[in-house]
Every structure is written in C-alpha cells, then in structure tokens.
Design a protein around this ligand. Sequence first.
Ligand code: FES
Length: 246
Amino acid sequence: MNRRNFLRLYLLAAAAIAIAPLVKPAIDYVGYFYNELGAISKQYLVANNTDGIGGFPKYKITNIKDFKSKNCPVFFFAYPLTNEPCFLVDLEAILGQPVPEIPNPYYGHFAGPLGQIKTIKGVGPNNSIYAFSDVCVHLGCQLPAQVLVTSDQDPGLDIQNSVLHCPCHGSMYLLKEGGIVVGGPAPRPLPMVYLEYDESTGDIYAVGTNAPYFSESVPRTTPQDNLLYDPRYDYSVPSNPACTKG
Ligand code: FES
C-alpha cells in the first residue's frame, strides 16, 4: 500500500470512529419517529398536521389565559400520542426565581433538527413555562407531577428544587436542569416537549420532543404497552385535575 492510499484509509477510519457514537442514537430516533408517530400511531396522534419540529404534530395545548387563570403551575396534556401524558410547568412560579432557559440535556445526541437545539427557552410572558413527558424513562411508570400542587397528600416532589420522584423505583429528575437524573435507575434524562408561544393570541403549542419517551429496553408494539396510568387523570383532554381536585 502506498503512502497516499494509507493516508486515505487512515482518514476514513478516523471519520468512522468520529461519527460512530452518533449512529445508534440517530437510528433510534428515526425508529421512534416512524414506529411511534408513523406506522402504529396515525389514529393516536393528538393532531395530524406535521408542522412541528422534525415532523412531529403541532398541537395547541392551551392558552396562557386559561393556564394562568387557574393559578396552577402544572397542566397536563397528551403529546404526541393521545395516551402519552405530559405536563406544562411554570418553573418560575414553583421556584420563585426566573428560569428563562435550560441547557438541552440531549443536545447533539440525535440527528436532525431535534438534536441541534442547545438551549430550551421557556415560553409565556416570563419565558418560564416548560413541558416534560410524564412517563418515567426507566420502566414507563407515570410520574406524579400533580404533587407540584398537592404535595401534602401525595409527597414525591421536592418543590424547592423541582425534583420529581418516580413512585415505582425511585428515579429522581431535576426539572430546572432539563429533567436530568439525580437519583435512581433512570438511564437518561426526562424528555422535554418543545413549545411554541404565539404572543398575539397567547396560544401555547407542542411542536416536538427532545428525545424518545421510552428506554430502548422497553420496546413497544402498541401505544398502550408498558405504560402504567394513574386512573385519576384523563390526559386526552388538556386539563389540570390536580388543581381542581386539590
Ligand atoms: S419506572 Fe420510574 S423508577 Fe422505575
């Protein structure tokens, strides 16, 4: 092998090594999009239009007036499937200090526009509203985000620090830092839902997510598999039952 061919081979090998860590997450995310949002889920999507990031549906969650009128920092909704619970949370209302942006824990982990967002900015008048999946990435239990407002009866959240605890095996997610794992067996951060805010109308939209909701170790064939629902809450209609029920 001459020197030129050797250099070519060397460069090819170096490039392969450099991109190798990105290949699997990219494949996983493409699989998530096609399996979850394409093949199995047309009938379950919260909206069929695909104006969101990377082909996700763009879905109106609520209006800022409705969100604020209940004086409640947590608001449940479903996204991107009708039975995948998520929640809006006003971190400034909970923490008592501004949280205008959060570093995206999944930055660079996935191919396409979803993986290129370095910082997730809060929406709303104070840039303080964020959205997270309400499904634990360990084994799919529903997270008790309602304890943000009913903590006396349903302990499970350190409100001062915005730590959300999973009741199943104790995973803990720090919301103010993008749902990073601060305890328990969760293998990765709690996925966030990308939001858009229309200042002229006050409407808040979900437009994508920063990661798949489920761990790879929990493959699903239908949207219902492996989800443990809290029967007290119906996520198909955007609402905040925790505040109305107290
Ligand atoms: S399902 Fe949440 S810690 Fe196991």
